[in-house]
Ligand binder design. Structure first.
Ligand code: AMP
Ligand code: MG
Length: 326
């Protein structure tokens, strides 16, 4: 199969490419498209066989559910059996946007989407191309990140091409994604909302929008209701060594080609490649995955990373770095 890469303009998404993509989805095919977080590997979310194909292409374990993307909150409501007040409030404030809700599923959602579970993850993405595609397709699109399972998520169409060239018919290319890391996932099925996966939207922002309590799921509990919680999930080939700000620095450079991802104040770390990372959490997140892929391309064996501070605004970046280092 030949993989077509169609450039789409952000301001006025090329109608022909969008129609082509929607037609392929209707035919049960898998197409890659940009969202504001990372590129997604999309299939008709109500077509059991098409969603299975996404799992197969990614090499994704069947017990790891996928997110359904929809054009608006009204479409999300059809996929769930309960729409609590907190969902209404968060949708109003953050949709379209990088916030995924976990809710009780309705009967139209295939088991394969939820990995057999009673809950479904839904989101309205804030990317003009994703929204144009959702409107044209006129149904939910199941879309995990467009990478092979356990690899770094794609923030460029070229990243998608590397994993899926010849295996999917179409990639919509809208340039680099804005957020750069996966969406925040919040479980709204219990009495207190719980953030399962950190992302650009922070627990404080959610708390503020709800004017109520929000829990944050802490790391390595045995409960694996959110696949983003699988310990190794965003990993480059190179080994990462995380340098906490108050921890002693390594005295000797590790063997092989090394890289050093540094923040504002460069510390006394010796490495073959030095990369200055942005000092803002949103800019850092935007650059993170492409930087890790660059290091792999440069055959770096070990990446030494200055860990950003242990504050809420950095928690999503710290989470992805820890997973990459696992
Ligand atoms: P990916 O799109 O590859 O980043 O992975 C899909 C994400 O969807 C996971 O990281 C989960 O956080 C989330 N997810 C999907 N379905 C569910 C669900 N039923 N319960 C909890 N999390 C879910
Ligand atoms: Mg993923």
């Amino acid at each position: 199969m030949e993989t077509r890469v169609e450039k789409v303009n952000l301001e006025s998404p090329n109608a022909t490419a969008i129609r082509l993509a929607a037609g392929l989805l209707r035919d049960g095919e898998v197409v890659a498209f940009p969202t504001e977080t990372v590129y997604g590997l999309g299939a008709n979310g109500l077509d059991d066989a098409a969603v299975r194909l996404v799992y197969e292409l990614k090499g994704r374990p069947a017990d790891n559910p996928v997110i359904l993307h929809v054009a608006d909150a009204a479409s999300a409501k059809r996929l769930v059996s309960e729409w609590p007040q907190c969902a209404e409030a968060l949708a109003e404030k953050y949709w379209p946007g990088p916030l995924t809700f976990v809710l009780r599923k309705s009967s139209i959602v295939p088991e394969v989407v939820t990995a057999g579970g009673p809950t479904v993850a839904v989101r309205v993405p804030a990317h003009p191309v994703a929204l144009a595609l959702l409107r044209e397709f006129d149904g939910p699109i199941a879309a995990p990140s467009a990478n092979r399972s356990s690899k770094t998520s794609p923030t460029l169409a070229d990243h998608v091409l590397r994993d899926f060239d010849g295996r999917i018919p179409l990639i919509l290319d809208a340039g680099p994604t804005d957020v750069g890391i996966e969406s925040t996932v919040v479980d709204l099925t219990g009495p207190v909302p719980e953030v399962l996966r950190p992302g650009r939207i922070t627990p404080s922002q959610i708390r503020h929008a709800l004017d109520g309590d929000v829990r944050v799921h802490r790391g390595d509990a045995e409960r694996l209701s959110s696949p983003g919680m699988l310990p190794r999930h965003y990993a480059p080939t190179a080994r990462l060594i995380l340098l906490e700000q108050d921890a002693p620095l390594p005295q000797e450079a590790p063997p092989g080609k090394t890289a050093y991802l540094t923040l504002a104040q460069r510390r006394d770390v010796r490495a073959d490649v030095c990369v200055f990372m942005p000092n803002s959490p949103t800019e850092y997140a935007k650059r993170l995955y492409a930087t890790l892929r660059d290091m792999d391309d440069q055959s770096v064996g070990v990446i030494l990373v200055d860990m950003p501070p242990d504050t809420e605004e950095w928690s999503a970046v710290r989470d992805r770095l820890r997973r990459a280092a696992h």
